[in-house]
Design a protein around this ligand. Sequence first.
Ligand SMILES: Nc1ncnc2c1ncn2[C@@H]1O[C@H](COP(=O)(O)OP(=O)(O)O)[C@@H](O)[C@H]1O
Ligand SMILES: [Mg+2]
Length: 328
Amino acid sequence: MITERVALVDGSPKMQAIRTIIENVADTDAMVLLRGESGVGKDLVARTIHAHSPRRDGPFVKVNCAAIPHGLLESELFGHEKGAFTGAHRRKPGQFEYAKGGTMYLDEIAELPLSLQAKLLHVLQDFRFARVGGHAMIDVDARVIAATNRDLERQMALGEFREDLYYRLNVVELRVPPLRERREEIPGLVELFLARFNEQYGRQKQISSETLTRLTEYSWSGNVRELENVVRRMVVLSDGEQAFDALAARDRNGHAAATPRPAAIFTESLRDIARRGAREAERKALAEVLERVRWNRAEASRILKVSYKTLLHKIAECDLTSPARRAV
Ligand SMILES: Nc1ncnc2c1ncn2[C@@H]1O[C@H](COP(=O)(O)OP(=O)(O)O)[C@@H](O)[C@H]1O
Ligand SMILES: [Mg+2]
């Protein structure tokens, strides 16, 4: 089950080198520091390490240090005792306890406040910790993997990241390169995502060789995550390919890097994509039925099992016009 979710495409020498390191470190408990831009596949590499490790049957626990308010992060990681602070009505175990027997993945580690960096350093040295407000020591039984897209060297120079913690975490450093530096992987990734989304959405979308060429040449500042979204849209929406063409044209003219993208086309949420897909499908079905019954709306409303009023509303919403009106 896990292996399915961690299908790591490695069709470039750079990723093959990473794969080799993954295989070499997987069966140790060595700490790994993953670096690379957002969307390059750090989470996936972390999961792959876990899936290849002797801890694979244990939990994989991810804590995104940027997503949790600073004031709650210590308790999230290490848990707290009842009454440790206002609102601590009961004892709560931390994520380090939940990761017992498995892997603890600390994402966006650079966002950890300095006070917590100190505590984490101690925990990673002693492999023991106490819950907030508690004294009993709990053993850490987890492999620790950390990740960041930030320039840690610069943060250390600015005094924002502890050097000792950096060296502690950085037993094995893996830099996952941006997608634009391993373009030979793009066709394989497109194939993977195409198959995945065709299955997921029940489609048979194919991608033309011209589009594949453009996909291979595109700048991909959002890396694999952006590519994944582009392919998803091509599968779900009939204008997905056209939308990407427009984006690629801007990219070739050097606009994309300098100006924000129009309406951030490819950062649309999955829910919005699905909604647009549904609306498009609805419009198509409506147009087909109306065409079939020669725009007899009463008949169309019966076929579509909606009230006459709803049908008129839908016709207006989808901006459909009858041939009679079109002729006028
Ligand atoms: N080499 C790869 N093979 C297959 N899918 C990938 C690969 N790299 C990234 N992905 C997919 O791209 C998306 C972004 O990857 P993720 O690991 O979340 O990036 P990061 O943590 O670096 O921001 C995920 O859906 C992931 O599954
Ligand atoms: Mg990530």
